[in-house]
Design a protein around this ligand. Structure first.
Ligand SMILES: [Zn+2]
Ligand SMILES: [Zn+2]
Length: 262
């Protein structure tokens, strides 16, 4: 059994919990740690879990909304920390004071086992040193986790074939972004090929990933200023051939309920 729960999504801090059950074995992975340890503890408590229940954390890249509190979390819990070597260099991991063996190097195309959970990292186009996103599986069903990328490259499309569920970035509406008060350089960065997915770009990617067993799409990493849930839902629904109500949206603060992947 594979399930997941987003604990917060967007520029204020990202964290997603993925859990696999295999017989009596339960394995839990935290993807990104952009929430303070205190806040993370509170949100885990709402799911009747504690910090000590997390087996490992996977950091997708060095931007503060993803790695911001990972050091405190790792020092506090002793959990294994997975990230690419480029991300480790960019966030100065060597000076975090982790215990030996706690840091584990993740690489594009190399599978990782976290107990009953298997992770398949893949490279994405984003303006970070060596960003990786993930496909997670319990060996039976597959979850694609994909935020922070400028466009859906063919590598990304290949890595996420046959997913049963997707947590997918819908960062901005191009018109809202163009008319926002953001400075020009920032608008250009966000909309660029190494920035973030617009609703349209996310829909385009969805079209390439749709298959009969894809039955859950959760829109994530929505900009609070440059997007609206209804705009993201409408675009993704059109691409997936469902109604807007069928598209779930991760709340920036509250995240999502648990979703079982099937
Ligand atoms: Zn981000
Ligand atoms: Zn980023």
């Amino acid at each position: 059994m594979l399930r997941f729960k987003n604990l917060g999504s967007g520029s204020a801090g990202n964290a997603t919990l993925v859990e696999a059950h295999c017989g009596h074995q339960v394995s839990r992975l935290l993807i990104d740690c952009g929430l303070s340890v205190r806040e993370l503890g509170k949100r885990l408590a709402q799911a009747e879990l504690g910090l000590e229940d997390i087996d490992a954390v996977f950091i997708t890249h060095e931007h503060a909304d993803h790695v911001g509190h990972a050091k405190s979390f790792a020092l506090r819990t002793g959990a294994a920390v997975w990230m690419s070597r480029g991300t480790a260099l960019a966030c100065d991991l060597v000076n975090w004071g982790l215990s030996p063996m706690q840091f584990q190097v993740a690489r594009d195309g190399q599978a990782i086992a976290v107990g009953a959970l298997q992770l398949h990292p893949f490279t994405v186009p984003h303006d970070a040193r060596e960003p990786l996103q993930l496909r997670c599986t319990d060996g039976d069903v597959h979850l694609g986790v994909l935020t922070d990328l400028g466009h859906g490259s063919s590598h990304v499309v290949k890595a996420l074939q046959q997913c049963n569920a997707l947590l997918l970035e819908c960062n901005h509406d191009p018109e809202l972004l163009a008319n926002s008060s953001y400075p020009g350089f920032l608008k250009k960065r966000i909309a660029g090929p190494q920035g973030h997915l617009s609703n349209e770009e996310s829909a385009l990617l969805t079209r390439a990933l749709v298959h009969p067993q894809l039955n859950l799409i959760v829109a994530a990493h929505l900009s609070e200023r440059n997007n609206r849930p209804d705009l993201a839902q409408a675009e993704l629904a059109l691409a997936a051939g469902c109604t807007a109500r069928d598209i779930e949206v991760a709340d920036p603060e509250l995240g999502t309920p648990w979703y079982q992947v099937h």
